[in-house]
Design a protein around this ligand. Sequence first.
Ligand SMILES: Nc1ncnc2c1ncn2[C@@H]1O[C@H](COP(=O)(O)OP(=O)(O)OP(=O)(O)O)[C@@H](O)[C@H]1O
Ligand SMILES: [Mg+2]
Length: 141
Amino acid sequence: MTHIVTHSEKETLALAKKYAKTLRGGTILGLIGNLGAGKTVFIKGLASGLGLKKNITSPTFVIMKVYPVKKGKVKNFVHIDAYRIKEGRDLIAIGAQEYLNWPDTLTVIEWADRIKKVLPEKIRFIKIKILAGEKRKISLN
Ligand SMILES: Nc1ncnc2c1ncn2[C@@H]1O[C@H](COP(=O)(O)OP(=O)(O)OP(=O)(O)O)[C@@H](O)[C@H]1O
Ligand SMILES: [Mg+2]
């Protein structure tokens, strides 16, 4: 685990953008952190690193959004928000698990700790902790 402290939304976006460039398809990232920690901000940074022009908003009500990626090795960007998922089998019900096995898809899951049971072992967790004000401790590997 590497721990990085960011001091603004902008810094978190920049960190995630850089991090995105190191990721291959088939990667599953689980974002863990309290309400307002910056999980969605981090995911916006990832999307921008992949060259996605679309504005990424949290799929709280639809649970899952799939974005095609035009350039690079990653072909799909899947954003899942497990905040409203009560049980892992709900995730299976919406067909999300199918994406988790696609080798050219990068999947990111907010509140991944809520549905740990149904997630594959290869998931990489990213933890965001609110330190104070705009300071966030981001732990990743
Ligand atoms: N260092 C920072 N990194 C990221 N966001 C920050 C930082 N400092 C302040 N913020 C603010 O914190 C908020 C983070 O919101 P965001 O929606 O990303 O949180 P979240 O973890 O996705 O919350 P939720 O659990 O509701 O989905 C934004 O308003 C952002 O501007
Ligand atoms: Mg969010």
